[in-house]
Design a protein around this ligand. Structure first.
Ligand code: ADP
Ligand code: MG
Length: 342
């Protein structure tokens, strides 16, 4: 297709009237063809120009209404609509020279199905999870066993004790991740600040940051507006995001963490200078078992998105291959909270 246009463009100065008309007819046919495809698509497609003006919207997009998208960026995020009924839209943006294309999909049924499948313990899900777990607990168990041997010789070795403690905590985290994938629980919400779980999480990673010479910055305002949160669950979200950032980084990369707030939300963002993601990868982000890692579970983001959604918030990602990734978690401010959780 691209080749066709390119070759016409290349020779356009040499084409006479009749040839031009013929080419014009072919182009019109191509445009009609694409229109037909866009019209038949279940996904909503909205095209924005560089200033953010909508220049095209396919019929499916009409039913989704106005959606705000980041312009000129490859991104993916979910929008939770609660009126007239609750449904979840998934939006992916694809930037190009003259604007941004947004693809919109209703994923409510899909998300519901995944949750039910996991809850019922669908065989494949459980096998995959178990395989992931079996692998993940190997390393901490080895470390513990090694350090217990050290302690046998020298019971006062403080470092060995610390390592054991850290590894036990890690095991606990792995098991908890496993369980929460299988049996998602409604969060136990109470008013609080996102700063606390965030700091806990960063502290847990401190030695890894140091070992790998990762420069981490943390920008937290002196007063963070309260949100209704389940601290353990939100900590799990932050943990997953930081872990992913670490796994995407070469040694000596950077992670910048920031809390900001606007009228409606408290926003926590994680920017890494890692390898980023392609549009293709973004397209399948938040789906279970989608992993590019040899020993990944592909569940971290799915669980995180569900937790954030259960808080009435939203998670979004912007990424550029080779340049890094920005994950953003939005939680509604307590005093602005309108959504009532079931
Ligand atoms: P896992 O980490 O087990 O693979 P996740 O659900 O946490 O599962 O992540 C799914 C996939 O998303 C990862 O395999 C990776 O390809 C991609 N990904 C997530 N976070 C990042 C990031 N910060 N940078 C680049 N790719 C990422
Ligand atoms: Mg992960």
């Amino acid at each position: 297709m691209k080749n066709f246009f390119q070759s016409v463009l290349k020779h356009i100065d040499k084409l006479d009237g009749a040839k031009l008309r013929e080419q014009y007819r072919l182009v019109t046919e191509e445009v009609k063809f694409f229109e037909m495809v866009f019209n038949a698509m279940n996904e909503g497609a909205v095209l924005y120009d560089l200033t953010g003006e909508v220049v095209y919207r396919n019929p499916s997009a009409e039913k989704f209404g106005e959606i705000e998208v980041p312009l000129g960026k490859a991104s993916k995020f979910e929008v939770l609509l609660t009126y007239p009924e609750e449904y979840i839209l998934e939006v992916q943006t694809i930037p190009f020279e003259r604007g941004t294309l947004a693809m919109i999909r209703d994923v409510s049924a899909e998300r519901e199905r995944t949750a039910q499948e996991l809850e019922r313990g669908a065989t494949k899900s459980v096998c995959d999870l178990a395989a992931g777990i079996a692998h993940e607990i190997g390393n901490p168990l080895n470390a513990i066993s090694l350090n217990l041997q050290i302690l046998e010789r020298d019971p006062s070795d403080k470092e060995a004790i610390d390592i054991c403690k850290t590894q036990v905590k890690r095991l606990d985290g792995i098991i908890r991740g496993f369980l929460s994938a299988l049996r998602p629980q409604r969060p136990n919400l109470s008013p609080g600040s996102v700063a606390e779980p965030l700091k806990n999480c960063l502290a847990a990673f401190k030695s890894q940051f140091e070992d790998r010479k990762i420069a981490v910055t943390l920008d937290v305002p002196s007063a963070v507006p309260p949100v209704a949160l389940d601290k353990d669950k939100i900590e799990q979200v932050f943990f997953n995001l930081i872990k992913n950032a670490l796994e995407a980084l070469p040694d000596a990369g950077t992670i910048d963490v920031e809390i900001v707030s606007d009228d409606k939300d408290v926003v926590v963002s994680f920017r890494d200078s890692g390898y980023g993601m392609s549009s293709e990868q973004l397209a399948h982000l938040f789906e279970p078992y989608r992993t590019t890692k040899e020993h990944g579970t592909g569940l971290g983001l799915m669980i995180s998105a569900r937790i954030v959604r259960d808080h009435g918030g939203a998670i979004s990602v912007e990424s550029k291959e080779g340049e890094g990734t920005l994950f953003t978690v939005r939680l509604p401010r307590l005093e602005r909270r309108v959504r009532v959780l079931k």
